[in-house]
Each structure stands twice: as structure tokens, then as C-alpha cells.
Design a protein around this ligand. Structure first.
Ligand SMILES: [Zn+2]
Length: 404
């Protein structure tokens, strides 16, 4: 989910773009190439060499290619500039605290090493560019996880929403730490639940956003669309109510829904993961920004028709708002947005589903998608209790109704 502010992002996305090296070939040299080309025929010659064209201007293209492709194009005399991709890919130094994909992978691996009894790391599928989408499964009884009530936390559907990757990761890290220190409440929760964390649903987008050391304000994944543009909005690509409003059929749009529901490997991986874990009762998908707690429906104005289902969402959202101070409301109170994660998870699977739009509340003053590292501990603190609350009630979220 994004607020209206996202409409501005396309312009910023037009800035110089650079392609990150896929993790699988991180050591093979890839080059950022500026190549002269003034018509589609020349561009086709360029594309035929195998390079990935990233951006098309009137008289040149920006592409990424390997050494052989670079040499081929140099023979034609068309290469105006080249530079190794490896030289240019990380967060701007002021934001180095945020995890790039390599650091995220290392952190998740470290958690598994540090807490082998509690943590199991796996890949749930590959992205368009071949990066692994990583999931952490956490339980005091990993071998019996499937019999436990389960909850799924996700971040990073949208590339530039880096805080949505950090917050669930850091809170889970803190929980594991507290578990090992003997915190009784945390021990009880982790011992009696299966907690799933997929911190970066869209690692291609994440890496692309930071690849030049200058933010690209990128939102979508990195699918190459038929018209040469890039990216599908993963939070418009789920099947429930797909394409029924608030998403675009234009591949160049920020909210491009894709060619079909679940056309993207990233959303397909989430779909399969949820279908493979029938014990997931509750889901929270982290996004930024606006300080909101959202629940279905996003694709229509109607409220959830079943009164109990509706009340569970409202009750839980209001309760969580007491801790983080966010505004709780139905997603479509913002505007219609079809094909999002929560509509599908609840509509298809009756999973109690929420979207958090994290800090800041606005782009003015708060930094919008790029709020800097200082907010991280603040946002961790205010969202830890909501996460623990959802974990607590994952055995039967409808208990919150009885508690009233
Ligand atoms: Zn988002």
C-alpha cells in the first residue's frame, strides 16, 4: 500500500538507473553501460547482445551487461561510458545501518547459527533476477511447528520502503534475544507458536533502489515488461479482486498490476508459502509510510460482511493503535486499491490480515520513504507490542471479541 504520495514517485524513478548484480553472480563482473542508440532498430541490436536495457532516452540507453557484451558493443563504437556495477551498490553512507540484500542474508544466517533450536532459515522461491526470497521460521518446537498456531510477518513488498524490512527483522531479533535471556512472556509465545518472517518480499527492487548509492525511489519489482519498462506492483498482483480498481494496466505505472494475478515469482512464492502453511491464522504486512493500521477491504468500499470477521479486524486494529499511535481504518478509506496482500489472504484464506504503514506520518519533515536511521529504534519500540499481541492471539484471533 502506498498513500497518495506515491503518485510523485514515478518522476523520481526517472533518475539515472543502475542495475544491481544478481546475488547468484555477485562476483562476475557486470557493467553499467551508456550506449548510443537513437532508434528502436539500434536498440534491438543492443538488446540482441544480451545486455539488459534499463532506461531509454532519445539518443542513448542505459544497460547492464557482462564483459563479453560490453566488448561486443565497444566494437560497434557505441559505448559512451562504462563502469563496473560492483563499484556502486549500497545505501548512501548516512543510511548504512539499513540492510542491503547481502547484509540481510547474513543477518538471517547469523540468527539461524545463533539460535539453531529456535530458528530455521529457508528460501521460499526466487525473484525475477534470481535472488532468493528468504523466510525465517521461529518456534520453540521447530519440529512440531505445523501443529502450532502460526503468524506471518512480511516486509519489503515495495522496494523503497526500507524501514518495512528493518522493523519486523529487528523486533524478531529482539524477541530471540529476550527468549535466550529467559523472558517468560517471550518464551511462552515462541514455545507455543510458529512465527514466520519474510522480511524482504522484493529483494530485486530493494537492491535496485540503492544500487547507485543514490535512492531511485523505486517501488515495484524488476520484471521487464513487454514494452521495455520495468516492474510490477507486487501489492496489486494478488488475485483477490485483481484489477478491479486502484491499480493500473499501464506497465510504466507505479501501480501496474501485472499481466495476470500472481504473474510475478515474488507473489507466487508468498501464495505458495501461505498455502503450504495452513496453520497461519494471522498476517501483518509492513509498508511505509503514513502511520496507519489497515485491514480489508482495499479493493472495495464495503466493509467485511461477516460481523465477527469485521469486528476481529476492527478490535485488533484499534488495540494495536493504542500502542503505536497509528490511525486504524479499512484500507479503502484511503482509496480503492485492488489486488493487495491482505484482501487476498483474508478473502481466500480467512487469515486475519493487517497492513501497517510505518513512520513517518507524512513526507514533510519526516523523510517520507527515506526517514534516516534515527527513527529505527523509535519505530521498533512502538511496534513491538502490536506484534506480540498478534502472536499472542494467533491461536484464535476471535478471542479478542470475548475479551471485550
Ligand atoms: Zn508499500
Amino acid at each position: 500500500m502506498s498513500r497518495l504520495s506515491c503518485g510523485l514517485c514515478l518522476l523520481a524513478g526517472l533518475l539515472f538507473s543502475v542495475w544491481p548484480t544478481p546475488s547468484t553472480s555477485i562476483d562476475s563482473t557486470q557493467f553499467w553501460l551508456k550506449i548510443r542508440a537513437s532508434d528502436k532498430f539500434q536498440r534491438s541490436v543492443i538488446a540482441d547482445t544480451g545486455v539488459a536495457i534499463q532506461w531509454i532516452k532519445d539518443d542513448y540507453v542505459i544497460a547492464i551487461g557482462n564483459l563479453q557484451e560490453k566488448k561486443e558493443l565497444e566494437k560497434l563504437g557505441w559505448v559512451e561510458f562504462s563502469s563496473s556495477v560492483a563499484e556502486i551498490k549500497d545505501f548512501p553512507s548516512k543510511d548504512s545501518e539499513f540492510h542491503n540484500y547481502t547484509e540481510l542474508t547474513a543477518s538471517l544466517n547469523d540468527l539461524q547459527k545463533k539460535y539453531p533450536q529456535l530458528v530455521s532459515l529457508s528460501s521460499i522461491g526466487s525473484t525475477v533476477q534470481g535472488r532468493e526470497i528468504l523466510a525465517l521460521r521461529i518456534s520453540g518446537h521447530l519440529d512440531q511447528g505445523a501443529q502450532m498456531p502460526a503468524i506471518l510477518f512480511m516486509g519489503g513488498h515495495h522496494a523503497r520502503e526500507h524501514l518495512s524490512v528493518e522493523i519486523p527483522l529487528l523486533i524478531v531479533e529482539r524477541m530471540l534475544e529476550e527468549y535466550s535471556k529467559g523472558n517468560e512472556r517471550i518464551r511462552r509465545l515462541i514455545d507455543s507458536r510458529e512465527i514466520h518472517l519474510i522480511p524482504a518480499v522484493n529483494p530485486d527492487g530493494l537492491e535496485y533502489d540503492i544500487a547507485s548509492g543514490r535512492y531511485q525511489m523505486w517501488r515495484k519489482n524488476r520484471t521487464q515488461n513487454r514494452d521495455g519498462t520495468f516492474g510490477v506492483d507486487l501489492n496489486r498482483n494478488y488475485s483477490y479482486g485483481w484489477g478491479t480498481g486502484g491499480s493500473s494496466r499501464d506497465p510504466d505505472s507505479e501501480t501496474y498490476m501485472g499481466t495476470a494475478p500472481f504473474s510475478e515469482p515474488e507473489t507466487r512464492a508468498i501464495k505458495k508459502y501461505i498455502e503450504d502453511h495452513q496453520n497461519i491464522s494471522t498476517l501483518l504486512s509492513f509498508h511505509t509510510f503514513s502511520e496507519l493500521i489497515l485491514y480489508p477491504w482495499g479493493g472495495k468500499y464495503d466493509p467485511i460482511s461477516d460481523q465477527r470477521d469485521r469486528n476481529v479486524h476492527i478490535t485488533m486494529a484499534n488495540k494495536m493503535a493504542e500502542w503505536n499511535g497509528y490511525v486504524a481504518e479499512q484500507t479503502s478509506e484511503l482509496y480503492i486499491a485492488s489486488g493487495d496482500t491482505t484482501d487476498w489472504a483474508f478473502g481466500e484464506h480467512k487469515i486475519i490480515s493487517f497492513t501497517f504503514e510505518l513512520d513517518p506520518s507524512s513526507s514533510r519533515g519526516g523523510g517520507g520513504f527515506y526517514p534516516g536511521p534515527d527513527v529505527i529504534p523509535v519505530v521498533v519500540n512502538k511496534n513491538k507490542e502490536p506484534m506480540l499481541y498478534l502472536i499472542e492471539y494467533a491461536d484464535n484471533p476471535y478471542r479478542v471479541l470475548d475479551a471485550n
